[in-house]
Write a protein of this length. Structure first.
Length: 134
């Protein structure tokens, strides 16, 4: 690449944006919102969840009030999109991120409009969902 011109220039200070303690995510309900009780939808949109250390580029695992299902039984695998909020049997939401699978077998209660703030959040961050109209 050329002849070295000397050591790199020193850095006096670096700037980083602080990581927010809470992220708010706009959520569009569906396609399987009808698989959940009204209490589940109230909890999802009205309570805080915590981002767990089990999160990765595949998905953000959340911990908080479980989402009870109105429909018991199994769902055949169906397509998943970025931001899909899948709810496994334990009732804890899982938001799919960049490396998400293409199909999944748990019901998807909704889809996050923009996952960027969640993808950049640290474990322990508070996560709140709200309707996409806000």
């Amino acid at each position: 690449m050329g002849v070295p011109a000397g050591p790199p220039a020193p850095v006096d200070a670096t700037t980083t944006e602080p990581t927010p303690a809470e992220v708010r995510l706009a959520l569009r309900l569906g396609p399987r919102a009808d698989w959940f009780t009204p209490l589940a939808l109230e909890r999802l949109l009205g309570t805080a969840y915590t981002l767990t250390p089990l999160s990765n580029r595949i998905g953000a695992r959340l911990s908080g009030a479980p989402l009870p299902r109105a429909v018991v039984g199994e769902l055949p695998s169906e397509g998943l999109v970025l931001g899909a909020v899948q709810v496994p049997a334990d009732g804890q939401p899982l938001v799919f991120l960049a490396d998400h699978p293409t199909t999944g077998g748990y019901p998807v209660v909704g889809v996050v409009v923009d996952v960027t703030p969640l993808a950049q959040a640290r474990p322990g961050t508070t996560v709140r969902f709200h309707g996409s109209q806000r």
